[in-house]
Design a protein around this ligand. Structure first.
Ligand code: CTP
Length: 449
């Protein structure tokens, strides 16, 4: 009996998949099909898969060619499978020509002719259409978002809005955008969604105008500096049936989501303390970060990250928050702040700094053990669960590609294209973060050090 094995994502099962499976089956007597798991796809940067693993397996079953279906979960699994299932032939489409020659050591490798003109990527784009996102602002983060958007199929950033014509023209040229405009209404008329990457104090007005024009909004953090304003924006989004997302990249990162779920599963017992730090030593006082009139300072710039971890793990129902801050005499911004957040039965600290450097780690302490996430914890690529008995310790690694802005973009896109709920960061969580920032600027609970 000749056994053939083949692999793929098989998203939105199409004619190309059908032909491939038929050709693979014709090579032998028994066909094993390996279907990639969701985690594996995410890990290798394939972020936009439309169907669940169960749906994709079901489609392959329906084709009638597979004698056995297995799940591909990690790199290097193919060699193990070939040995385990004693496969004689490894078959794959010709788009992979040469890429799997290394498997010749274990079995015969056959590249089958690929069906022209059809692919899952093409179908995904046709099905859901392209989301045209316009960029508000032409600063550092906007540049990074445009670069990251190239990794997300289905989204297209092609226009930038800004007040300074020369600046946005240069930005458009440098980032290969087709259009730029200083007219916000004209800008809105040309897009389905906007990405707001301007100074904090301008977010509210831009977001409001965009949402009222029924445009989806992805807004840089902090969404606003006032709780009421943030709540109002979410209400406007709801009323206009559009999506509003706050761009705190960690919230959408696969590793962080895994970390939260693992902690919630109770593996370290009851969480008693969350200690999260994010500092970014920045000495150029000409930057927006040092400008109080533009909402500068460590808290507004950085506390969204630690608060995200604290609120996800301990909730938003805290009793008291106290800020211990060191202010800059010249600019008035907080150079360093330690915010202590007291809960009924737990405590948390969020440490942020623009003028002071500290280890950027996250430590979650529980009654059975603790979780240690080394710097930069906000990328959450690696973490350890540690116990008194070190033999029980566990290590986790979850890939985080480049800047990681692609994860929020994928989530945003799914939410618009498929009506998927935003479960990564809720309106309540965004409002709670704005509330803390507002409280800090009120100065009532701030102790100067
Ligand atoms: N395949 C094919 N002809 C096509 C598309 C895919 O022969 N037109 C083959 C691939 O070469 C592979 C298998 O089908 O052997 C599964 O491929 P997969 O990556 O799941 O499909 P694509 O349509 O190429 O998906 P994507 O666009 O997401 O890369």
């Amino acid at each position: 009996m000749i056994k053939v094995i083949t692999y793929g994502t098989f998203d939105l099962f199409h004619e190309g998949h059908y032909n491939l499976l038929k050709r693979a089956k014709d090579l032998g007597d028994y066909l094993i099909v390996g279907v990639t798991s969701e985690n594996y796809d995410k890990g290798r940067g394939k972020l936009n898969v439309h169907q669940s693993l169960v749906e994709r397996i079901e489609n392959i079953k329906q084709s009638g060619f597979a004698d056995e279906i297995i799940v591909e979960e990690y790199m290097g699994q193919k060699i193990e499978d070939i040995k385990k299932y004693e496969a004689d032939i490894f078959a794959i489409g010709s788009d992979w020509l040469g890429k799997f020659d290394y498997l010749n050591e274990y079995c015969e490798v056959v590249y089958l002719e690929r069906t022209k003109g059809v692919s899952s990527t093409k179908l995904r784009n046709e099905n859901r259409g392209i989301l045209n996102i316009g960029c508000v602002g032409a600063g550092r983060i906007a540049k990074r978002m445009i670069r990251e958007s190239k990794f997300v199929s289905g989204v297209n950033i092609d226009i930038v809005y800004g007040r300074n014509k020369a600046k946005i023209r240069k930005f458009a040229e440098e980032n290969e955008l087709e259009k730029y405009t200083t007219d916000f209404d004209e800008f809105l008329s040309k897009v389905d969604a906007v990405y707001i990457a301007t100074p904090h104090t301008t977010h509210y007005d831009f977001a409001k105008r965009a949402l009222e024009s029924k445009k989806h909004v992805l807004c840089e953090k902090p969404i606003t500096l006032k709780e009421d304003q943030t709540r109002e924006l979410y209400e406007i989004a709801d009323k206009n049936n559009v999506v509003l997302y706050e761009a705190i990249k960690t919230a959408y990162a696969p590793g962080f989501q895994r970390l939260v779920m693992i902690t919630k599963s109770g593996v370290i017992g009851k969480v008693i303390d969350v200690d999260a730090t994010f500092t970014k030593l920045e000495n150029n006082k000409n930057l927006r970060e040092y400008d109080l009139t533009q909402g500068g300072g460590s808290i507004s710039e950085l506390i969204s990250y630690p608060l995200l971890a604290i609120f996800k793990l301990l909730g938003m129902d805290y009793e008291k928050i106290t800020f211990y801050s060191r202010f800059d005499g010249e600019t008035g911004i907080d150079l360093y702040t330690k915010a202590l957040i007291q809960y009924e039965d737990a405590i948390a600290s969020a440490n942020v700094g623009l003028g002071v450097k500290k280890e950027g780690e996250l430590i979650i302490s529980g009654t059975h053990g603790y979780i240690y996430v080394p710097a930069p914890w906000w990328k959450t690529e690696y973490f350890e669960i540690r116990f008194e008995n070190q033999n029980l310790n566990e290590k986790y690694f979850v890939k985080f590609d480049d800047d990681g802005l692609r994860y929020e973009l994928v989530d945003f896109y799914h939410s618009i294209a498929e009506g998927a709920l935003n479960i990564s960061l809720s309106a309540e969580e965004s409002a709670a973060i704005s509330k803390v920032i507002e409280k800090f600027f009120d100065k009532a609970d701030t102790i100067e050090i």
